[in-house]
Design a protein around this ligand. Structure first.
Ligand code: MN
Ligand code: MN
Length: 326
């Protein structure tokens, strides 16, 4: 079927992704939308759910905002010339929308069911939240056949426990994932950790379970290249998931988030850190906690989209290297 408007000079514009970036329906990266998993290598998925937030809500609107800003991403990586859309079939799978959002544990179970389907179809998931509680059900799917390692970039360890009567809020997903045997704590590194604690042992599970916690003071003293080298040392050759909480960035560059912490990672440091992780055996990733209603303009969703593109390149390299399954 021919497009409604055929190009008269620039024939490449038959492909909607080649058209002017301000045109078209805003899918992630202007990639084609599909719900047919058979034609997908990497599925970019919105998870518009923020029932797990402990303070400022609004991350349910993250996927829309990041889709809109991801239109600014181009086809090739500016430094490496890598073209993820040529390496893999990258598709926007739409949203993991929820039928029963008012029950936190039930909602997360619904998300888990969705992601089992994605993983069993051989699709590598790249998700956009949503609050960080969504990473636990995703890990239960991604780590089902064997525990995965994780590179976790965040102001918070998210290894807490019960809070106000729930164990499944956005400050606890990685404790739950370790308990479930889907996340290997000894192959997990947490980068950018800072801010106050409610109690002295607030994040002690990270240390006692064997995670490498690379706090913000150490990051600032030693830099992004050191953090990347530490991540590579901890992760090794095995399968690894990448979870990126936008509140790891300094609030000056990411004010639009639920639990900001002063003194964070700069966007340029985040981009270079991610780029330096190239070649690891990624099996999936997510970007969470973009809350547009707290944003100044679109700075948070734009920086989020830029980080998402770096993560897409990491996943596409792993996928095209054949490291994504197993
Ligand atoms: Mn988090
Ligand atoms: Mn956080």
């Amino acid at each position: 079927m021919d497009p409604l408007k055929l190009p008269v000079k620039y024939n490449g514009m038959v492909d909607p992704q080649q058209r002017p970036r301000h045109s078209g329906i805003p899918t992630f990266f202007r990639a084609p939308h599909t719900e047919d998993l058979a034609e997908v290598d990497i599925g970019v998925i919105g998870v518009p759910y923020d029932g797990g937030v402990t303070h400022r809500s609004g991350a349910r609107h993250g996927p829309r905002a990041v889709r809109e800003q991801s239109a600014l991403m181009r086809r090739l990586h500016g430094t490496t010339d890598f073209a993820p859309f040529d390496a893999c079939r990258v598709r926007d799978l739409g949203d993991c929308w929820l039928e029963f959002p008012f029950d936190l544990a039930g909602a997360l179970s619904e998300i888990e069911t969705f992601y089992h389907m994605i993983v069993e179809a051989g699709v590598m998931p790249l998700s956009v939240g949503g609050d960080h509680s969504i990473s636990w059900p995703i890990l239960r799917a991604v780590g089902k056949s064997r525990p995965v390692g994780m590179i976790h970039i965040d102001a918070h360890c998210d290894t807490g426990d019960d809070y106000l009567g729930s164990r499944f809020h956005h400050g606890a997903p990685f404790r739950r994932a370790v308990e479930d045997g889907v996340l290997d704590p000894k192959r997990t590194i947490q980068i950018g950790i800072r801010g106050g604690k409610t109690v002295a042992d607030h994040w002690s599970f990270s240390e006692t379970s064997g995670m490498r916690v690379l706090g913000m003071d150490e990051f600032q003293d030693k830099g992004w290249a050191y953090a990347a080298a530490e991540a590579r040392r901890i992760i090794g050759d095995g399968p690894v998931y990448l979870s990126y909480d936008i509140d790891s960035l300094d609030p000056a560059e990411a004010p639009g988030t639920g639990t900001p912490e002063a003194g964070g990672i700069r966007a340029i440091e985040a981009l270079r850190l991610l780029r330096a992780l190239d070649g690891l055996s990624f099996v999936g990733g997510d970007l969470v906690e973009v809350a547009p209603s707290w944003d100044n303009g679109t700075i948070t969703s734009f920086n989020g989209a830029s980080i998402l593109f770096e993560i897409l390149c990491l996943l596409a390299r792993a996928r095209s290297a054949g490291a994504s399954r197993g």
